[in-house]
Design a binder for this molecule. Structure first.
Ligand SMILES: C[S@@+](CC[C@H](N)C(=O)[O-])C[C@H]1O[C@@H](n2cnc3c(N)ncnc32)[C@H](O)[C@@H]1O
Length: 253
């Protein structure tokens, strides 16, 4: 149930051995889905620099964290289940004290005390777990841990190919009590066909969700290979219910 296995191909993205072998073979660096430059308005708005403490879950060998340090972030802890990726990144970023790398399974982050981080960023990691065995259990373990390590009022930012029909059943559970808003951005290099008309003003506009947390019936997906950004804000038991999703503005661009 709720497993979008069609996107998993034949690879076992949920398996640490798969990732170790891949990082040994490929080396270098690679950012899945999107680069920081495209995500910057969202990251800076919901997890503002310089003082936010950030946890990057399933960092792989992406340069996103390095780009964030260049953009003013002062504390980014990066974890990954692959010891190969972590060793490569430690060596590469030895000279950048704002970046820490630790080998860790996102389903068990007991090393971190409760309420340790202002922001948790997940680009493709929940997606990987969804391709593994026991995917719904893995997802629940991961999301419970993410919720636990977030400070009240903190933000879990999920960047994924998964639309709300396959992701909301996992993230929109009362136990997490997150206030969720959703954005959708095209894949890098996507050219909108000239004939396409759209009611959407900008990718920086949050998508108004239905009561069930789904896309509105009149929502037009311009790029079928676009990415969703779920902004999940942890309730701080004060005024969270009154905070609307932000309309992102040029001052964060
Ligand atoms: C699709 S890649 C994304 C890498 C990086 N976030 C990016 O945007 O390029 C998924 C990453 O999640 C890691 N991963 C998979 N399962 C994990 C787990 N249970 N705990 C921590 N990391 C995991 C993999 O090793 C891999 O580096």
């Amino acid at each position: 149930m709720f497993r979008d296995v069609s996107s998993c191909n034949t690879y076992n993205y949920g398996d640490a051995l798969y990732w170790d072998a891949r990082y040994v073979q490929e080396g270098g660096s690679f950012d899945w889905y999107q680069r920081y430059s495209a995500l910057r308005p969202f990251v800076r708005t919901y997890i503002p620099p310089p003082n936010s403490t950030v946890l990057m879950v399933g960092c792989g060998n992406a340069v996103m964290s390095e780009d964030m340090v260049r953009d003013g972030y002062e504390s980014i802890t990066n974890i990954d289940i692959s010891s190969v990726a972590i060793q490569m990144m430690r060596t590469k970023y030895d000279h950048i004290p704002q970046l820490k790398y630790m080998q860790m399974d996102v389903r068990d982050m007991s090393f971190f005390p409760d309420e340790s981080f202002d922001g948790v960023i997940d680009k493709g990691t929940l997606d990987s777990l969804m391709c593994g065995t026991d995917a719904p259990i893995s997802a629940a373990q991961m999301l419970a841990e993410v919720c636990r390590v977030l400070k009240p009022g903190g933000t879990y930012m999920l960047i994924t190919y998964g639309d709300p029909t396959v992701r909301m059943p996992h993230i929109n559970r009362p136990v997490y009590n997150w206030k969720i808003s959703l954005y959708n951005i095209p894949r890098p290099g996507f050219q909108k066909p000239e004939s396409t008309s759209s009611s959407r003003k900008s990718y920086l506009d949050p998508i108004p969700l239905t009561e069930k947390g789904l896309l509105p019936p009149d929502f037009i997906l311009e790029d079928p290979d676009s990415h969703y950004i779920y902004i999940c804000r942890k309730n701080n038991n004060t005024e969270m219910d009154n905070i609307p999703p932000y309309r992102l503005t040029a001052d964060v661009l």
